[in-house]
Design a protein around this ligand. Structure first.
Ligand code: ADP
Ligand code: MG
Length: 130
């Protein structure tokens, strides 16, 4: 599907969030600026209320009470680092949103949801959910 603006992307995020449960893993895949963090922000705010959602680009993981784990694995270069940042534990105990999940592929559950973002033009994004 296509979203014509940020608001439409947010609508998709909050719809999915309302169905999310413990153990669910959402992979957010797409280029820089495609909308992964904006999607995660609305997803988290749907479940956690009016919280501030910063991009985890620099600290890799942000946790939101009670059990949402928002990862950005862009800066992870070795699979061995994934244990250190607590990926396993997050996957077992919470709802995970993972930007740049490629490096973690061997660790992710089979039944994960993959969401692909593609930039069409300044305000249009193609979003595919698998
Ligand atoms: P990423 O995390 O994928 O690098 P961000 O979510 O941080 O990207 O940034 C997406 C940018 O694109 C934001 O500035 C947002 O306002 C803008 N944008 C414009 N149109 C859309 C859209 N339809 N859906 C999502 N973001 C959009
Ligand atoms: Mg991002």
């Amino acid at each position: 599907m296509e979203t014509a603006n940020l608001e439409q992307t947010r609508n998709i995020a909050s719809k999915l969030a309302r169905k999310a449960k413990r153990g669910d893993c959402y992979c957010l895949i797409g280029d820089l600026g495609a909308g992964k963090t904006e999607f995660a922000r609305e997803f988290i705010r749907t479940l956690c209320g009016n919280v501030t959602v910063a991009s985890p680009t620099f600290n890799i993981l942000q946790v939101y009470e009670p059990n949402i784990y928002h990862f950005d694995l862009y800066r992870i270069k070795a699979e061995s680092e994934l244990t250190e940042i607590g990926l396993d534990e997050a996957l077992q105990n919470g709802i995970c949103l993972i930007e740049w999940p490629q490096i973690a592929e061997n660790y992710l559950p089979q039944n994960r949801v993959e969401i692909y973002f593609e930039i069409v033009d300044e305000t249009t994004r193609k979003i595919e959910i698998k």
